[in-house]
Design a protein around this ligand. Sequence first.
Ligand SMILES: NC(=O)c1ccc[n+]([C@@H]2O[C@H](COP(=O)([O-])OP(=O)(O)OC[C@H]3O[C@@H](n4cnc5c(N)ncnc54)[C@H](OP(=O)(O)O)[C@@H]3O)[C@@H](O)[C@H]2O)c1
Length: 239
Amino acid sequence: MSGRFTEKVVLVSGGTGGLGRAVSIAFRDEGAKVIVTYRRHEELERLKSAMRGDGLPIEGERVDVTDERAVKQLIDATLLRHGKLDALVNTVGGYAGGVKLWESEADVLDQMLSMNLRSGYVLARAAVPSLIKQGRGAIVNVAAKAAIDHPAGAAAYAASKAAAVAMLDSMAAELRGSGVRVNSILPSIIDTEANRSAIPHANFSKWPKPEEIARVILFLCSDEAKVIHGAAVPVYGGE
Ligand SMILES: NC(=O)c1ccc[n+]([C@@H]2O[C@H](COP(=O)([O-])OP(=O)(O)OC[C@H]3O[C@@H](n4cnc5c(N)ncnc54)[C@H](OP(=O)(O)O)[C@@H]3O)[C@@H](O)[C@H]2O)c1
């Protein structure tokens, strides 16, 4: 299948998740060689069964993306096998909320920082030196609207997402002129199965679909977006 990403190599961390699955399939449908990280085998199988039509197979690597050594091995193996990495999209993350800061469990902050900040940090540390050597590449880190609009009952989540945006912003300054572009996206609630189960009486038609957000991510990774660097792009429509 040919498309904007033919001959491109794309790594989607968390690529079997609610948003990650749509991102992985969208890249594949536009011709990319896609590698996803996953944690549960059944999620990889689910991703594969959602793929339609012609296209390259998606490669799955079982990796904890907060583990420096495992991520370094993943990046090295990807570069060895495919000779380059054109885009890295980090969709690993998680939410904890509904409880006031002083009433929440003590380990919630560590969990949020690990999933929402450390994931992107470890991935960037492993991948950026090779992207700089290539003189090109794009990174998109999935943050959240809560990074800039801090809701009650989600202090650790909001803080971790705000830190992730700050990290990408700082890295953008470091990468100016290198040919490597880094951007964040800021979703609010997404129409995923998990959210439908958690909030069954909501009006799902108002929630952005994973495929709609995937289109923005692909745009940010494409040459059409070569003037976009260090942005934090809202993807919550007219909410
Ligand atoms: N869904 C929303 O409404 C919403 C709103 C705003 C922002 N976001 C952000 O959007 C991104 C994607 O959300 P989503 O709804 O697609 O979440 P999701 O369905 O839970 O997907 C996240 C994926 O990352 C994996 N993962 C978690 N920790 C990992 C680790 N240490 N190493 C490797 N993989 C790991 C998860 O595996 P397991 O399934 O095994 O845990 C899952 O496959 C996240 O950053 C999230 O914070 C989502």
